[in-house]
Ligand binder design. Structure first.
Ligand SMILES: Nc1nc2c(c(=O)[nH]1)N[C@H]1C(S)=C(S)[C@@H](COP(=O)(O)OP(=O)(O)OC[C@H]3O[C@@H](n4cnc5c(=O)[nH]c(N)nc54)[C@H](O)[C@@H]3O)O[C@H]1N2
Ligand SMILES: Nc1nc2c(c(=O)[nH]1)N[C@H]1C(S)=C(S)[C@@H](COP(=O)(O)OP(=O)(O)OC[C@H]3O[C@@H](n4cnc5c(=O)[nH]c(N)nc54)[C@H](O)[C@@H]3O)O[C@H]1N2
Ligand code: SF4
Ligand SMILES: [Mo]
Length: 737
């Protein structure tokens, strides 16, 4: 669908009765609202620090201002995360803000099907009346929102609280489901709380680092720099079917068969048990379920011979790896999407956690079973989005938790639902069934990033109202919307992000949003007033005021941050990791579980295991190749709405879709290097340029997710525990065109 814009000024709609001076100001002067928002200590011409808005490394950038407007930036020296370094995306952070396709005014679809400019007042009236009509006709379960891990915690919490407590929605999820849900499910079950235990110093303090399904070099370049600072001459093992940039830098690359991870780690656990490479004291005191795990491994098909057959990794390499993990002084295990995005990802993540627990590699320098987070604030989303859990890591089902949240937020208890939301895929299915009819998409580009796009695109017609809130009017999802709400982006608003090592850092408004674009925070304030629940959010007057509420909500939780006073304190310490219960004398880098106490009621961790499942879509003669998808380069971010706006970043990445094919396979299929090929799955097909390379093994092909067509091919299966989509393996065929 192509969308054209009508730039004719629209007849002013009269304001309805407002219930607060704030909203008056917001609506009358939307583009100026919050301009005075720069931190008071910052002079008009000065520098201020802001955490990067791309990946979850959480580097701090020093932004240089002229007349309160950012003109340049550099990496901040001395910040405990990046130590003066930044990757190309960080350096280019200001460019996406200047793009010509920024959404600068609300848009609504007119009768002829075009998106036309309108006022905030009109857009919000249409949004609210449309959603209310749906709720009146079909109940609040007919509404849902999809959020993100890319806006500050204060905004995420606002969206979640507004959606559930204010507007009465039950269903809301976010793009963190595509990304981190598996790690969340795994940690919760194994440790009793979603708690990545590490600190980045662990990269420097390990003797053995094992990276599983992580291409750290390009996906978290500054974390990789921390690995490079390790002076202990570490062994670096990379477990990835592809010979990635990271694998090339490793001391050993284990190119396992796609999705054979579970068998591999069960095989290694068995070798550890058989060889007595265990920390038996640690297991006895701090972990439940060892005997059960032992029987499962010793009685099951996890001997080195069979594991080698299934994974494609030589037996002697398995033994070497077990010896490194079993006898290494400080072993750390790291994983990302090669694990999380799988139909059995939760169990794979837990098989890694099991290895750390078996060898007592947790709670000490250079150790841990460490999930690396993707988006800048995926960790904030895990705690504060009010989707998978009630604000602050609480449970919707728990009456004590509901009472606590109602008391702190001063809202009626009955506004808090006692059931969890549908997950992302279940929201999609509910739209397909005609059960969900109104969808509000905030800071995610579903029409590119969601799995099996063809199925998704058919859902558009099932929705009575699709509202998209984005920085750009040009995204695939915004183009499908009935209403587009123009949002300010990173750099144009205040708030906090939580990085991969649980470090809370501040982002600052250093640039003015274009036209009438507003910070998501202010959009949520407006929606609350138009919905008629503005009173409930009276205290939610600024991001920092919300931060104070959030910190109260964490009281007594593993993520307790009640001792963080305010944003200034966060800045003064170079970010602060959760938890922080006492404000005096804490180290800049802290890890969890130093006392061996986990978050289950008995203080112990659990060994969790289960027999591997069948691959949902194995290859066959019609579709003989396995398609792997993931990140292509360090200069491309996801659906490229932001990174494509920087000329520098564009130069650093291929502009057109390509498919990596092993040269031997190319010969079999008669494919010449650089030629156009058709890639087909059971769901769709596309044309891409053939890039012949030994980085993929025979029988596999790789395509980066940055091009919209790729998810036409992917298979929409999910892990049953985390409901995270299995983006990383489906069967395809290739022919030359
Ligand atoms: N430049 C850049 N950086 C980013 C992002 C970006 O878009 N661009 N996105 C950010 C986000 S949100 C995320 S979630 C992270 C993702 O960071 P990563 O997880 O590091 O990135 P991916 O390329 O998605 O996947 C990692 C690897 O998993 C491998 N893999 C596929 N199947 C399997 C398997 O069965 N087993 C194993 N062991 N490995 C497998 C792939 O070959 C791939 O190399 O990156 C973050 N950083
Ligand atoms: N095939 C395949 N598909 C994948 C993956 C894969 O490995 N393979 N990885 C998955 C993963 S891990 C992830 S995280 C997802 C990412 O998928 P998406 O979340 O869809 O990707 P982004 O391009 O980051 O989309 C963010 C959107 O928010 C907008 N935006 C940015 N900042 C703001 C803001 O402050 N406010 C508002 N309102 N909007 C803003 C951007 O313009 C953009 O449209 O993709 C998933 N899809
Ligand atoms: S590594 Fe991540 S956080 Fe650091 S500058 Fe690059 S994109 Fe930003
Ligand atoms: Mo992600």
């Amino acid at each position: 669908m192509t969308t054209r814009f009508d730039t004719r000024p629209e007849k002013a709609t009269p304001l309805r009765a407002w219930n607060g001076p704030l909203t008056q100001e917001l609506v009358q002067r939307p583009s100026e609202f919050g301009l005075g928002n720069l931190p008071s200590k910052v002079q008009p011409d000065a520098t201020t620090n802001s955490v990067c808005g791309f990946c979850a490394t959480g580097c701090s950038l020093k932004v240089h201002l002229r007349d309160k407007q950012a003109v340049n930036l550099s990496a901040q020296m001395g910040y405990p995360v990046n130590l003066g370094m930044a990757c190309p995306k960080g350096w280019e952070s200001l460019e996406p803000l200047k793009a010509r396709d920024r959404a600068t005014s609300p848009l609504v679809r007119d009768r002829s099907g075009r998106l036309v400019q309108t006022s905030w007042d009109n857009a919000l009236k249409q949004f609210v009346s449309g959603f209310k009509q749906i709720a009146e006709a079909s109940g609040a379960q007919a509404l849902a929102w999809l959020g993100t891990g890319q806006i500050p915690s204060e905004e995420l919490a606002f969206l979640g609280a507004l959606g559930k407590f204010g507007m009465g929605m039950i269903h809301g999820d976010g793009n963190t489901r595509q990304c981190m849900a598996t790690a969340v499910a795994a940690y919760k079950e194994s440790f009793g709380f979603d708690a990545p235990p590490y600190t980045y110093a662990d990269f420097e303090e390990s003797d053995v680092l094992v990276f599983v399904g992580s291409n750290l070099c390009i996906t978290h370049p500054i974390m990789w720099q921390r690995v490079m600072r390790n002076r202990r001459k570490p062994e670096i093992l990379v477990v990835d079917p592809r010979r990635t940039e990271t694998a090339m830098m490793a001391t050993k690359h284990l190119a396992l068969r796609p999705k054979s991870d579970l068998v591999l780690f069960y095989g290694l656990a068995r070798l550890l048990i058989e060889s007595g490479w265990l920390d038996t004291d640690f297991i006895e005191q701090h972990v439940c379920g060892f005997e059960e795990l032992k029987h499962f491994l010793l009685d099951g098909p996890y001997d080195a011979y069979r594991v080698s057959q299934e994974t494609g990794i030589d037996e002697h390499v398995l033994l070497e790896m077990a010896a490194l993990i079993g006898s290494g002084k400080r072993v750390s295990l790291w994983w990302t999407m090669g694990v999380n995005q799988s139909y059995e990802g939760t169990r794979v993540a837990q098989s890694l956690i099991n290895l750390a627990l078996l060898t007592g590699n947790i709670g000490k320098p250079g150790t841990g079973a460490n999930s690396i987070t993707g988006q800048c604030n995926a960790m904030g989303s895990r705690l504060f989005s009010n989707t998978t859990n009630l604000l602050g890591g609480h449970a919707f089902e728990n009456p004590v938790h509901r009472e606590k949240v109602a008391r702190i937020l001063e809202i009626p208890l009955e506004r808090i639902p006692d059931q969890s939301s549908y997950a992302y895929d279940q929201i999609m299915e509910a739209i397909e069934r005609g059960e969900i009819k109104g969808l509000w998409v905030v800071a995610t580009n579903t029409a590119h990033s969601w799995i099996n796009q063809r199925r998704f695109r058919k859902l558009r017609d099932k929705l009575e109202l699709l509202v998209v809130q984005d920085m750009y009017h040009s995204t695939e999802t915004a183009q499908m919307a009935d209403i587009v709400l123009p949002a300010a982006g990173w750099g144009e608003k205040d708030g906090t992000f939580i990085n991969s090592e649980r470090r809370i850092g501040c982002i600052r408004k250093v640039s003015r949003a274009p036209g009438q674009a507003l910070a998501d925070f202010h959009i949520f304030q407006l929606v609350s007033h138009y919905w008629g629940c503005g009173e409930m959010f009276e205290k939610w007057s600024s991001p920092e005021a919300v931060f104070k509420l959030l910190k109260q909500l964490t009281a007594g939780q593993p993520c307790d941050i009640t001792a963080i006073e305010n944003y200034n304190m966060i800045e003064a310490h170079g970010g602060i990791q959760w938890p922080l219960r006492q404000s005096s004398g804490f180290a800049a880098e802290r890890r969890l579980f130093e006392d061996g106490r986990f978050y289950h009621a008995n203080g112990k961790a659990r060994f969790i295991f289960e027999a591997p499942r069948e691959l949902p879509e194995p290859t066959d003669p019609a579709y003989p190749l396995t398609l792997l998808t993931g990140r292509g380069t360090s200069s491309q971010w996801h659906t490229q709405t932001r990174t494509s706006k920087s000329a520098v970043l564009r130069k650093l990445s291929p502009q057109n879709l390509y498919v990596e094919i092993n040269p031997a396979d190319a010969e079999v299929y008669g494919i010449a290097a650089g030629s156009q090929v058709e890639v087909r799955s059971r769901r769709g097909k596309l044309v891409a340029k053939a890039y012949l390379s030994g980085t993929v093994s025979r029988g596999q092909v790789f395509m980066p997710m940055h091009y919209a067509e790729v998810n036409e091919l992917t298979l929409d299966t999910v892990d049953p525990y985390s409901r995270q989509p299995s983006y990383k393996a489906c069967a395809v065929a290739i022919t030359s065109t």
